[in-house]
Design a protein around this ligand. Structure first.
Ligand code: NAD
Length: 334
């Protein structure tokens, strides 16, 4: 058997992007440890074809003692930190768990990683930390002006990491990806939510007038970019991870409607999200210079995504049941 290169501890490996990254690493010479609390957004089904290829710990990253114990036992070389609360709308309803998970949870990992002298700590941040930009693009030196509690919690984690880099010479790299889409995404996010509603012949809610723009990256390309940074990114640096593919929310919904042969009459404009950022856009020259570019065109990626959801309706059903209950409870609390 060929010797494994490095032991990589992946937090949030049962989530949407984390599981794609585990799949990518599983085909390579890495030993994989996944740490995940399995919140409503986490699901080991995403990793079911890889059972022999990773070791799993069900654990909350807010459990400081538990995290330290895993580091002591496993002695990972590299950490790739995906685990987070990730849905902006939920953070607007209640920010508390976002602060706990995204900031304090990150601090626990940083402290354990520092104590056990890991070689590299890859922190998965987001383009949302920069806030909105009406024209032009954000580069890695742009100011942080988060526009919602989720983005603020991620920006706070970024600042904490930057302080560890400066104070302790901590070998962290911060990655800021744009909006991801693809198979296995939890159906509360725009792309899968639109697909799910249309498959059910239900109305598709679109915030405001649907003019908000996002940059869209196919999840397999995002995983590839993170691997590139893990292998060649410089400790202490920040890398934007964008595709250059911008879409207005309304046009994105129309594209999915077209693929599914549904009707645009199903689009329903709803009250805008409070503080809704108009546009995000990244300058990704720095990672491009490392030799990474996305491989998937938008047409290819969105067609594959729609097809995947059509073929995986059983998985979807389990999520929809849970979501319906969440929506009912959230509505009752209003
Ligand atoms: P996700 O919500 O699909 O998955 C998050 C995972 O983290 C889940 O498996 C969940 O169980 C786990 N988790 C949550 N709280 C935890 C805790 N306290 N302890 C341990 N595990 C916990 O998220 P995603 O879309 O895969 O995003 C992954 C990362 O990428 C996040 O840090 C997110 O901020 C960032 N990001 C996502 C996008 C996107 O478009 N999805 C874009 C930019 C950045």
């Amino acid at each position: 058997m060929r010797k494994k290169l490095h032991k990589v501890l992946i937090t949030g490996g049962a989530g949407f992007i984390g599981s794609e990254f585990v799949r990518l690493l599983a085909g390579r010479r890495y030993e994989i440890i996944v740490v995940d609390k399995l919140t409503y957004a986490g699901d080991l089904e995403r990793l079911k074809t890889l059972e022999e290829k990773y070791k799993f710990y069900k654990l909350d990253i807010c459990d400081r003692y538990g995290i330290e114990k895993i580091f002591k036992q496993e002695r990972p070389d590299i950490v790739v930190h995906f685990a987070a609360q990730t849905h902006v709308d939920r953070s607007i309803k209640d920010a508390a768990v976002f602060i706990e998970t995204n900031i304090k949870g990150t601090q626990n990992l940083l402290d354990a990683a520092k104590k056990y002298r890991i070689k590299k700590f890859i922190h998965i941040s987001t383009d949302e930390v920069y806030g909105e930009i009406k024209k032009g693009k954000f580069n890695e030196d742009s100011h942080l002006q988060p526009g919602n509690p989720y983005a603020a919690s991620k920006a706070a984690a970024d600042l904490l990491i930057k302080s560890y880099i400066r104070t302790y010479d901590f070998p962290a790299v911060i990655v800021r990806p744009c909006n991801n889409y693809g198979p296995w995404q939890y159906p509360e996010k725009l792309v899968p939510l639109t697909i799910v509603k249309l498959l059910d012949n239900k109305q598709v809610p679109i915030y405001g007038k649907g003019v908000n723009k996002r940059e869209w990256l196919y999840v397999a390309d995002c995983a590839g970019g993170i691997l590139k940074i893990m292998e060649s990114g410089k400790p202490g640096e920040i890398y934007n991870l964008g595709s250059g593919i911008e879409k207005m929310n309304l046009n994105l919904a129309k594209k999915i409607i077209k693929i599914l042969g549904s009707s645009e009459h199903l689009i329903k404009f709803v009250t805008d999200r409070p503080g809704h950022d108009l546009r995000y856009c990244l300058d990704s020259t720095k990672i491009n210079k490392l030799g990474w570019k996305p491989k998937t065109s938008f047409d290819e990626g969105i067609n594959q995504t729609v097809l995947w959801y059509k073929e995986n309706s059983q998985w979807l059903e389990t999520k929809i049941e849970y979501l319906r209950k969440y929506w009912r409870d959230a509505y009752r609390k209003k």
